[in-house]
Design a protein around this ligand. Structure first.
Ligand code: PLP
Length: 436
């Protein structure tokens, strides 16, 4: 707990001496100590305020400290803080009902997990049990979480030092700006990525493949909005070979892409949906799998061999109920969509025109990537030191961005106001000018 004597320096020192950080060599870390937040802003222990254009880990979609969500957690804590998963609980049932109301027709049940990784873990398990097959196809440009199957399904560098289990195959997905298929149009990219996927399935042996697992919009990999036809094409291929289609909506869902589920914008319905992050903006850890009627029914009389002590934890469920209700009442999903089309899209494109260091901007809703390059012709990614300089400059100007490789991801809370966007984009514009 913070005391009035605490400073950024004192908390940093305590953190450094006792906390082991994710994905890092520990020696030279300099984490920013945060003390509080409200809406799209956070402040550090010294009281300095920052616009949070990272939404922390792209999860605080409803903004910091939404009063309805905080109150719901407090009320649930006063009533019953925890319950074993085998019991029934009204709050958990309500959370599942609200999620299913927003899913397409044909979805029957929700299995709750602690976060996104174990949501994917359990979706993969369901697909394997449902099909009696083993392999999972996912893309190299993906992140699906940090547990057994989820980290091996992940395509990015984090997979490689963790690659202990088998049964995973990777393909390249569509990414026109850095096409693997020599495409020049989105249509070509879509068609060729689909052919590559289908040929991989044929070469691996279709009867060995349980699932295709895709982020609807690959997020950490660069907000790679799929080109027209790609996801419907994947659906057709999955159907042709009896493969379960799992769409990972952990980052893209619950207002991030300006939709309840990002796949709503792409004319595709998966068999399993994984979610976490935005479902309750991470106020309490929560994730889950939304299960199609067909897959759910196979476990009516057959034991599902999986579970978690905190599956559907009441505090997490209460925060999901309040988040979904507040998002609906305050039209936060619609607001996120409008901020994308009216403000973020046009303003980021103007910024791209002004600065040669910007190779491409892409996204939708409050889910955008600014891809930075050393040379617009060759598209060589901007070097890590210059990305580090940009990150520091933005922080000095009071803006937290989300950085991944040579990209700045502009991912504010879905409640961000037009004036906050204006303030943040002005800071980004000026910092890119200084970057040269
Ligand atoms: N899937 C996607 C698309 C993600 O972005 C993430 C986390 O960033 C995960 C899964 C893993 O979620 P968690 O960190 O809650 O386990």
């Amino acid at each position: 707990a913070l005391t009035s004597d605490d400073t950024n320096a004192s908390i940093s020192e305590r953190d450094r001496s006792s906390v082991f950080h994710s994905w890092s060599a520990q020696r030279s870390l300099a984490p920013l100590p945060l003390a509080g937040g409200s809406g799209s802003e956070v402040w550090d222990v010294d009281g300095r305020r920052y616009l949070d254009f990272s939404s922390q880990l792209v999860n605080v979609n409803i903004g910091h400290q939404h009063p309805r969500v905080v109150a719901a957690i407090q009320e649930q804590a006063a009533q019953l803080t925890t319950v074993a998963p085998a019991h029934a609980n009204a709050t958990r049932a309500r959370a599942a009902e609200l999620i299913l109301e927003r899913a397409p027709e044909g979805f029957a049940k929700v299995f709750f997990t602690n976060g996104g990784a174990d949501a994917n873990e359990n979706a993969i398990r369901m697909a394997r049990l449902f099909t009696g097959r083993d392999k999972v196809i996912s893309t190299y440009r993906s992140y699906h979480g940090n547990t057994g199957a989820a980290i091996v399904a992940t395509g990015d560098w984090r997979r490689i030092p963790n690659e202990f289990s088998r049964g995973h195959v990777h393909v390249f997905g569509p990414y026109l700006y850095r096409t693997e298929f020599w495409s020049t149009t989105p249509e070509q990219e879509s068609e060729r990525a689909l052919r590559h996927l289908e040929r991989t399935i044929q070469a691996e042996g279709p009867d060995s493949i349980a699932a295709i697992l895709l982020e609807t919009i690959p997020g950490t990999a660069g907000v790679l909005v799929p080109p027209p036809g790609y996801l419907p094409g994947v659906r057709e291929i999955a159907d042709r070979y009896g493969i379960v289609l799992i769409l990972d909506e952990v980052m893209a869902g619950f207002a991030r892409a300006g939709e309840w589920f990002a796949f709503d914008a792409f004319g595709v319905t998966p068999d399993l949906v994984t979610f976490a992050k935005g479902v309750n903006s991470g106020y309490v850890p929560l994730g889950g799998v939304i299960i199609s009627d067909e897959i759910a029914r196979t476990f009516d009389d057959r034991v599902f061999p999986g579970g978690l002590t905190y599956s559907g934890h009441p505090l997490a469920a209460a925060s999901a109920v309040a988040t979904i209700e507040a998002m609906a009442d305050e039209k936060i999903v619609e607001h996120a969509a409008r901020m994308g089309t009216d403000v973020l899209g046009p303003r980021l494109r103007q910024i791209a025109e002004r600065h040669a260091v910007v190779g491409e901007v892409r996204g939708r809703g409050v889910f955008w990537a600014v891809e930075l390059v050393a040379d617009r012709e060759t598209r060589e990614p901007l070097a890590a030191e210059r990305m580090g300089a940009l990150k520091k400059d933005l922080l000095d100007q009071g803006l937290l961005g989300f950085f991944a490789e040579n990209r700045l991801h502009v991912v504010p809370p879905a409640v961000v106001t037009e004036s906050e966007l204006d303030r943040g984009l002005t800071i980004i514009d000026a910092a890119l000018g200084r970057l040269g």
